[in-house]
Design a protein around this ligand. Structure first.
Ligand code: SAM
Length: 224
């Protein structure tokens, strides 16, 4: 991946629209998504049978598909119309999914109506993260759980350099320049504060151990 020389996206379409299908193929069985992120997030979500679950930034519906298979009623949304199309195609009418940007209030969802929520690899793309997190807090039932996966601040720091304490948007081109992405780097304390300021109590902070099979697929991410 490279730092981008560009200062903005090439069109007004949401960034992930440009490579939604390629992302789906990559995330379906790519080591980082299929062997690291999804197993960890799904384990933390626990038993979802009979529960109402919100999938924020659902992408192509890989999580939603699994949660529906585990007996959850899933409501998903994503900023990218292409991602929403792919999620509908993957999960069909068992998924209630729509285009929505986390920068705006979840005004179509009532207070305290979800047992659980997830935001997998999404929150670092949002500018006003505290406001977005407040909205997710609002729609969760008291005691509801919210599972989030995001970049590790140390891996961003190792890759990007400068100060670990920088809070700034980063633009990069990934996948031989085909994926232009924009996300926020921030130190761990800042990220934790965004959650507590939004009303959440952080119960667990998990750095999942990679599965042994990742050693062959992704030598950069191994146990030792
Ligand atoms: C790395 S993908 C993760 C997709 C999915 N959660 C998964 O793990 O397979 C990031 C997703 O976040 C979505 N996204 C980025 N910014 C968003 C925003 N402000 N509101 C809603 N979705 C957003 C993108 O369109 C993309 O589908």
């Amino acid at each position: 991946m490279t730092r981008s020389q560009r200062t903005g996206s090439e069109s007004d379409a949401p960034l992930f629209d440009h490579f939604a299908e390629e992302y789906e193929l990559h995330a379906f069985d790519g080591a980082y998504n299929a062997l690291y992120d999804r197993p960890a997030v799904l384990e933390l979500l626990g038993d979802v049978k009979g529960q109402r679950v919100l999938d924020a930034g659902c992408g192509p519906g890989l999580y939603a598909e699994e949660l529906v298979a585990r007996g959850a009623e899933v409501v998903g949304f994503d900023q990218s119309p292409e991602m929403v199309r792919l999620a509908r195609h993957r999960v069909g009418d068992r998924l209630d999914v729509r285009v929505h940007d986390l920068e705006s209030p979840l005004d179509w969802l009532d207070d305290r109506t979800f047992d659980a929520a997830l935001a997998a690899l999404v929150i670092h793309h949002v500018d006003d993260r505290t406001a977005a997190l407040r909205e997710i807090h609002r729609v969760l039932r008291p005691g509801g759980r919210f599972v989030v996966s995001t970049h590790h601040p140390t891996s961003d720091w190792l890759r990007l350099g400068a100060s670990y304490f920088s809070v700034e948007p980063i633009e990069e081109d990934w996948h031989e320049g085909r994926w232009h992405v924009r996300y926020w780097r921030a130190p761990l304390q800042r990220t934790c504060e965004e959650f507590t300021d939004a009303g959440f109590l952080i119960e667990r902070l998990v750095e999942p151990l990679p599965r042994p099979e990742m050693a062959d697929r992704s030598p950069m991410i191994t146990r030792s």
